[in-house]
Ligand binder design. Structure first.
Ligand code: FES
Length: 155
């Protein structure tokens, strides 16, 4: 069995598990991402067929919700806040410096698969802006050097 066959099998199982439900697309997408870590391209036409809709409709939902990932994520995820409070405390320049130091753009993953960089729009840490989250670890008053130290040695 190829990886593609295995992926199709998982997607087909998720689709079957939700068949007959009202409004099954979001639960299907969540379950696919939960099983595979992202929603692979191959799932889109399968979902469109199963739900008797267009691939454009599926892409529309998939791209509207930023929590759905269309590519595998790194083993660790760094989220940098881009919302208002953090912006007021210099997040834009700070984030640019962090991205330059990591050589990553938004949604990029390092070539070794260790780290993915994602934007986030408020972590509820506004009093400690600018903020970030490394996996489940919230970080306040971040600077490029604190991020560099936090991600050093991640594998
Ligand atoms: S705006 Fe960044 S944590 Fe709230």
């Amino acid at each position: 069995m190829t990886d593609k066959d295995a992926t199709q099998g998982i997607v087909a199982e998720v689709i079957a598990a939700h068949s007959g439900q009202d409004g099954p697309l979001l639960p299907m997408l969540h379950d696919i991402q939960s099983a595979l870590g992202h929603v692979p391209e191959i799932a889109v036409p399968m979902l469109a067929d199963a739900l008797r809709t267009t691939t454009a409709e599926i892409y529309g939902v998939l791209t509207f919700y930023h929590d759905f990932k269309r590519a595998p994520q790194g083993r660790h995820v760094l989220r940098l806040c881009r919302a208002e409070s953090c912006q007021a405390m210099g997040a834009a320049a700070n984030n640019d410096a962090i991205m330059q130091a990591l050589n990553l753009g938004w949604h990029d993953t390092t070539p070794d698969g260790a780290l993915t960089l994602e934007p986030v729009y408020c972590l509820g840490l506004c009093a400690c802006s600018p903020s970030a989250m490394l996996d489940e670890r919230p970080m306040g008053r971040v600077r490029p050097e604190t991020i560099a130290a936090a991600v050093a040695g991640l594998r």
